[in-house]
Design a protein around this ligand. Structure first.
Ligand code: AMP
Ligand code: GLY
Length: 415
């Protein structure tokens, strides 16, 4: 098959890497990154350029489009491709609202009877502050729109809540809407589940855990994700099955009852509490960096499975998986998720022996590999035990250098 991968981050590099080793596929990427250029041809079409991507898929006679990021899905890329008869692994605009609007996701979960944190939506400062009262640390504030993982806030007190809300309602802190969802703060362990969905059927990938906070010990601001492990060691073998039955299938069937045929990945961000898994968020695409930790453990040809899902076909009952654990640690630019310098030389990649290095924010500058984004690289290794895998990942990662590099040293070692 000829497969077009849309995106340019670590997740898309991991998808390209997995597809290139799993089957006899030829890959093209838009826009891709310097490392993806070694796997497939790159075309400089932006992920937000829906017409450009559709034209590229037609011109290159693409058999299957695999979409990495949420932005083109929310903008209707999958609908436009399907209109042209091109299979797309990624849901249409209507389903992408599950990620594009936290409030829509809550409504779907309520109708489907899926456990989620209680929440209310607000569009003005005064009623939001009244609702919070003096109990800010019992709530989580979420921008009701796309915010690249940076639209969720856990204030310590009402003064902090007030200043966050002021920023949000003024539309200054990212996010596309001026509505804010305030939901109860849950306690437990976080686990991410990625489900490959074809209509009302799905297949669950192994569970993983992302570490979203910037600082060690899960402190500091939320980021797009600083590292991930797969599977989290304490998660029981039947966890995926429980999430499938209690969460993914009811949501797919609720969507189907509204005429929405879901074809792509549904990502459930879960809090595992004493009452079982509760949904914190849905994403309508693979997680980043979860994908970099999950895909190395998959032994099946994902190209065939994605194609089946994209065309509403049957999915295999189980995935063939490798034994062991995989961990992935993100190397970020100093200053991320705030402002940071770009164009800094990256060295040491030629010394990597025992890990896969997925590129995210990298660029070429006169033949030199340089930094070009906040999350620059993610380094992933497998091991028989999680400790084994983490030792290898950190040993390899330390060989890589760029000025101001930042990574968490406790990925997989805290919950
Ligand atoms: P989200 O993008 O909605 O997954 O939120 C980002 C992060 O904020 C999550 O990974 C959690 O660490 C935290 N979070 C979100 N919602 C809640 C909640 N209801 N209770 C506790 N933590 C939450
Ligand atoms: N790792 C979190 C996300 O992809 O949204």
């Amino acid at each position: 098959m000829t497969i077009l991968i849309v995106g340019s981050g670590g997740r898309e590099h991991a998808l390209a890497w997995a597809l290139s080793r799993s089957g006899d596929h030829s890959l093209i990427c838009a826009p891709g990154n310097p490392a993806m250029a070694e796997i497939g041809n790159l075309f400089p079409v932006k992920v937000s350029d829906i017409d450009g991507l559709v034209n590229l898929a037609v011109k290159e006679k693409i058999d299957l489009v695999v979409v990495g990021p949420e932005v083109p899905l929310v903008a209707g890329l999958a609908d436009e491709l399907r209109r042209k008869g091109i299979p797309c692994f990624g849901p249409g605009r209507d389903a992408a609202k599950l990620e594009g609007s936290k409030w829509f996701a809550k409504e779907i979960m309520e109708s489907a009877g899926v456990p989620t944190a209680r929440g209310k939506v607000f569009s003005d400062m005064a009623s939001a502050m009244k609702y919070i009262g003096e109990d800010a640390c019992r709530y989580v504030l979420k921008v009701d729109g796309l915010a690249a993982g940076k639209g969720v806030f856990l204030p310590d007190d009402s003064v902090e809540a007030g200043s966050i809300l002021e920023e949000l309602f003024a539309g200054r802190s990212g996010g596309s809407g001026v509505q804010v969802v305030i939901e109860e703060r849950l306690k437990g362990r976080e686990v991410s589940i990625l489900a490959i969905c074809s209509g009302e059927e799905c297949i669950i990938l192994p569970p993983s855990r992302d570490h979203k906070r910037l600082g060690e010990g899960d402190t500091g601001p939320n980021t797009g994700g600083m590292g991930a492990v797969c599977p989290p060691p304490e998660v029981e073998d039947d966890f995926g099955e429980i999430v499938r039955a209690r969460i993914i299938l009811p949501v797919l069937s609720e969507l189907a009852s509204r005429g929405i045929d879901y074809r792509g990945v549904l990502y459930a961000g879960l809090m595992v509490t004493d009452d079982g898994p509760i949904v914190l968020e849905f994403n309508v695409r693979f997680g980043d960096p979860e994908t970099q930790a999950v895909l190395p453990l998959v032994a099946d040809d994902l190209g065939e499975i994605f194609m089946s899902a994209a065309t509403g076909g049957a999915l295999p009952e189980h995935l063939a998986l490798l034994d062991g654990f995989c961990s992935c640690v993100v190397m970020a630019s100093g200053g991320y998720p705030g402002t940071y310098e770009k164009g800094l030389t990256i060295t040491g990649l030629d010394k990597i022996e025992d890990a896969v290095v997925f590129h995210a924010g990298t660029a070429m500058d006169n033949g030199r590999l340089v930094t070009g984004g906040g999350r620059v690289l993610s380094v992933a290794s497998m091991g028989v035990t999680l400790e084994d895998s983490l030792d290898r990942t950190y040993r390899e990662l330390e060989k890589i250098n760029f000025k101001g590099k930042y990574y968490r040293r406790d990925i997989g070692r805290t919950v």
